[in-house]
Write a protein that binds this ligand. Structure first.
Ligand code: HEM
Ligand code: HEM
Length: 184
């Protein structure tokens, strides 16, 4: 195994896996929402919009953390194209994961078929007047963005497995619980 000296700290790993778990769950179950009857959809959207709002808050904390800390470098022998590709995928995921809940909230504000109340606490429908055209626009953005995030997450997970099983370095292990860190 090629060892890399530094790693991610536990707060950062916790943020990675919590956001990752919620995002994957929402990407899988979000796509079934549209086909449900309105009363069932409204109940599920309470959880969906609440979890999405939580992702937005956690992503803001994570971005702040990430901008003030340096991630551990990849080992020297990593080809340049892999370094660039991994950076691009990571930063694109940051941008799209911040945009996703924002598109969701904008969609929720303009939908007039039913009220969207995150965790039964924040009534997004009260923030603006219903507007079918705007609701449809943000619905389309929310759906398209979800598709792009899903593709990037699949590439991301395959890359992590490739590092672990084929390159046999510790890129995956340093993101797993239990590895002590020095730099992030
Ligand atoms: C990381 C966060 C989120 C993810 C991954 C996510 C994912 C999804 C997905 C995959 C869909 C189905 C899209 C389609 O069928 O075209 C969807 C629909 C929807 N999402 Fe989200 N979402 C997130 C956050 C939010 C937030 C914060 C809100 C609102 C506050 C929200 C409100 C909605 C609504 C209203 C729908 C449409 C439901 C309907 O068809 O009536 N989402 N979401
Ligand atoms: C089974 C699922 C996953 C695995 C095995 C995994 C694995 C990893 C690993 C090993 C790293 C560290 C890469 C490095 O040190 O260079 C990482 C970083 C990252 N992961 Fe994941 N991940 C998973 C799910 C996700 C999901 C669902 C998302 C987003 C929705 C995500 C977003 C990110 C981002 C943005 C980074 C960059 C961290 C940074 O340097 O700031 N991951 N992931």
């Amino acid at each position: 195994m090629n060892n890399i000296e530094s790693g991610y700290n536990s707060t950062y790993k916790w943020l990675h896996w919590t956001i990752g778990f919620i995002a994957i769950t929402m990407l899988i179950f979000g796509s079934g929402l549209e086909s449900l009857p309105l009363n069932e959809r409204q109940k599920l959207i309470m959880g969906h919009s609440g979890l999405g709002t939580l992702v937005l808050l956690l992503m803001i904390v994570r971005l702040g953390w990430r901008l003030t800390h340096r991630p551990p470098p990849l080992i020297d022998s990593t080809p340049k194209w892999q370094v660039h590709l991994s950076k691009s995928v990571h930063w694109t995921l940051y941008a799209l994961l911040l945009a996703q809940p924002i598109f969701g909230i904008l969609q929720a504000m303009y939908i007039s078929d039913y009220d969207i109340i995150a965790f039964g606490l924040i009534n997004y429908s009260e923030f603006a007047q219903g507007n079918a055209r705007k609701a449809q626009f943000f619905h389309a953005l929310h759906g398209a963005n979800a598709t792009i995030i899903s593709i990037l997450v699949i590439i991301h997970v395959l890359a992590a497995l490739y590092h672990h099983f084929f390159q046999k370095d510790n890129v995956l292990r340093r993101m797993l619980p239990g590895n002590k860190s020095k730099s992030l």
